[in-house]
Design a protein. Sequence first.
Length: 327
Amino acid sequence: MTTEQLLSWPAPSRSRGREPADPRFADGTAWIDGKLVPVAEATLPLLDWGFLRSDACQETISAWDGLLFRLDDHLDRFWRSLERLRMASPLSREEVRGVVHSLIAAAGYDNAYVQIIMTRGRPPIGSRDIRLCANRFQAFCIPYVWIATPEVQQRGLHVHVGSRHRVPAASVDPMVKHYHWLDFELGLLEAFDNGAETVVLTDGHGNVLEGPGFNIFVRQGDRLLTPRTGMLDGMTRRTVMEICADAGIQVEETDVPVEALLAADEAFLTTTAGGVLPVTSVGGRAIRNGPGPFTAQIHAAYWQRRADGWHGEPVDYAAASAILAAE
Ligand SMILES: Cc1ncc(COP(=O)(O)O)c(C=O)c1O
């Protein structure tokens, strides 16, 4: 197969989805205070510390062709974030699973992007005692999100190495999937100013870490490198490592200096929002002319596994009806 063919992805074949349960759900759904609402109408209490202090954690979960991917792994990671932030979920794990299914079912999507979110909540008015906050659960579902559109993936992304460092792990635990994104957001603006499409941030010691919503891999000859620390252990990163392990390809979790990225034979980003995204230029310099063959193979393997139902959980398209009937 050509690189171009490998960089396409299996067109949805099953189409388990259906019409939205309510036409107002066509743009997406949200779960707020135990109710399903159209996503554009979802609001948060102004005094929630999730908003006032970025005191929140989340999981981004995708469904493709009616199959949720690695839902149990996402729930494990969500509960790990909760523990590290010393939050308590008002919903059980099975209730959260039910919400994920209901959000997609109500929207009727085959291909969906779901966020489940815990915010700190707020203490009684007048108090600043974090221990008195009642943690709040909310979630939303919108159509599947691509960090890079399929067309951009065919030619590869232009990446900028940000001048700003990622918030240090000693300050904010990167293994908590959090919203401390001001470094990424300003890095993105810097990337756009420099004609790039996204940004990777470094650790302040010259090593690349991750970017807004993705991990990074670098191929140099027969070595495949990915940062070992200071970043989120992305679900897609894990998937790529499993694909590589099955193929007998060694992935080195190590420091990845910016120079290694600049001198890479190939580089790619991994994310729930798009899968395996080829990189073809860094800092305005082409690292190669078009996506590389190794990246294309990993891209194809990722989408093939998803199409085969690997780590897949079929969306329960009947899940929304009971909740909607009770409202
Ligand atoms: C900071 C950060 N790193 C990496 C990732 C990639 O993780 P995953 O593959 O689980 O989507 C994300 C996903 O949103 C992220 O926010």
